[in-house]
Ligand binder design. Structure first.
Ligand code: NI
Length: 168
């Protein structure tokens, strides 16, 4: 297993539209293992392949505190099950130190393949619904800061660029 470097906003590679996974093979399963290690170590509750510079439609997630419910979504499709939206404070491993409110549908259904290439679907609400929508956005090159005002986004960009310079 290996920890993978995470891309940080405003890295343009985070804007890449990810391609579908054709075959769920051992190289994909190795990437899944590495992504879980990276996510748990960060620590975070979700990680899209895009964030570790692999531009394929793959997301890993675990919203529990004791790492007991690892979820893998390959080629996921999400459908809102309600028109109700609610605000939730989101953060992102690619936008460190920044948290802000985003409105999203409160219940969704997601269809995907698991790490064995088997199709499954699940319905989610609460934090899981938020996390699924946030992570799937990454696969289309979208970040939670895109839901904020352009003024806020500009401030976040300056803050992170400053932070990245200090760490360089
Ligand atoms: Ni994120």
């Amino acid at each position: 297993m290996a920890k993978l470097p995470i891309l940080h906003f405003p890295d343009p590679r985070l804007r890449t539209k990810a391609k579908p996974v054709n075959t769920v093979d051992d190289s994909i399963r190795q990437l899944i293992k590495d992504m879980f290690e990276t996510m748990y170590d960060a620590p975070g509750i979700g990680l899209a392949a895009t964030q570790v510079n692999h531009h394929i439609r793959l997301v890993v997630m675990d919203i529990t505190e004791d790492k007991s419910q690892p979820l893998v979504f390959i080629n996921p499709k999400v459908t809102p099950l309600t028109e109700d939206k609610a605000p939730y404070e989101e953060g992102c491993l690619s936008v460190p130190t920044v948290y802000d409110m985003v409105d999203r549908p409160t219940r969704v259904r997601v269809e995907a393949l698991n790490e064995l290439g088997e199709a499954f679907s699940l319905e989610a609400d609460g934090l899981l619904a938020v996390c699924i929508q946030h992570e799937l956005d990454h696969l289309d090159g979208k970040l939670f800061v895109d839901y904020l005002s352009s003024l806020k986004r500009q401030r976040i960009k300056s803050k992170l660029q400053k932070l990245q310079k200090q760490q360089a």
